[in-house]
Design a protein around this ligand. Sequence first.
Ligand SMILES: [Zn+2]
Length: 158
Amino acid sequence: MKNSGILSGAVPPIDPAGRVHLVFCVGDCADARAAATAWAVQALAAGRVATVVPAATAAEVAQFVRRSCAGSRVLIAGPRREAMAAAAAARVAGALPCETTTYITAVQGIALFCPHCGETRDVDAEPGAVVACGSCGLDLEIRSHLSGHHGTYLGAVA
Ligand SMILES: [Zn+2]
């Protein structure tokens, strides 16, 4: 069974043919941890080995993949940016595309606070970009400073 690609939506199942499953959560994401838990449960239920790394960096993913034996399956869950970086690192480290599953959790982007209406919305944009407030529609420039209080970015009226 081929189990390749980049998926979102429902958590994809593990490839039961894999004897060893390397499971990585990237980004600090509850959905990714839930997916990793589901994968580990499936692997153990199938009598397979599961190695779960709860908060992996791309470098750690590469390290584990390099040390893994042939035929291991690589499962990555996280927000798009982190998951794609981890998948790329796994590829470079030698994981085959057909052995790698990348599960994209909700595309979160960043949390942007609007000083005009006081709402915080997730936007799929980078600091420096100008986006419309999801609540009041005002154009906001995303300041690069991350607010320590709420983990949000502050928007400035553009
Ligand atoms: Zn607003």
